[in-house]
Design a protein around this ligand. Sequence first.
Ligand code: ZN
Length: 243
Amino acid sequence: MRIGLISDLHSNLAALETALADLKAEGCEEIVCLGDIVGYGPDPNACVERVEAECAVTILGNHDQAALGDLDTEYFNEYARTATDWTANALTDESMSFLQGLPLSVLHHDVRLVHASPLQPEEWTYVLSLAEAERQFLGFDERVCFIGHSHLPVILESSSEIRVHKFPVNEAFQLSRNARYIINVGSVGQPRDRDRRAACAWYDTDSHQVCLRRLDYDIKGVQQKILDAGLPTFLASRLAHGM
Ligand code: ZN
């Protein structure tokens, strides 16, 4: 079975629609969402509605938690904090109650799904070093764990040592049966790896292949909506640079 994976949508509806359409065209029978549906972008409620309608499993992200008022945003940068306040104000009761019910970690089709990292998902730890990756491989029992959070797609492989693989774009990558993996699927709505295209991925539970998808979408339209909403200009301009 082919599963589509989306993460870090950040209220970017055009990017989300593009990712959903692509994953279905790629033959995904099911789509799962690794969190951060909201925050930064102009369409929080529409994104929540689409995720609720389309995703078999949805995980809570730190920006979702912040918008609910359940996370101290002191460590957020100024843009993230402004966007969090804007989002909290914009969310409907229906969107709030959907976000409130989301889990931090789910086992689905034998793979672990979390937003940030498996060891203590509520800590929102970034997996950006080999030392941190080594720690995080102790945080789950399954062979494969999918994450988001850093907005940087990558494949971390653990066998006798930890190896970092560049995630090939629009081309399947074969997972080894003798290794374990932490795989970051990148960000649908606010990529930060200097590639401005929306990122999402699929995983085939039979062939054990993963594929990172990079997709063009209407960035200019989203930028205009961000400005019209009165959100910080920087949140619009960064989309064009993928950072
Ligand atoms: Zn995020």
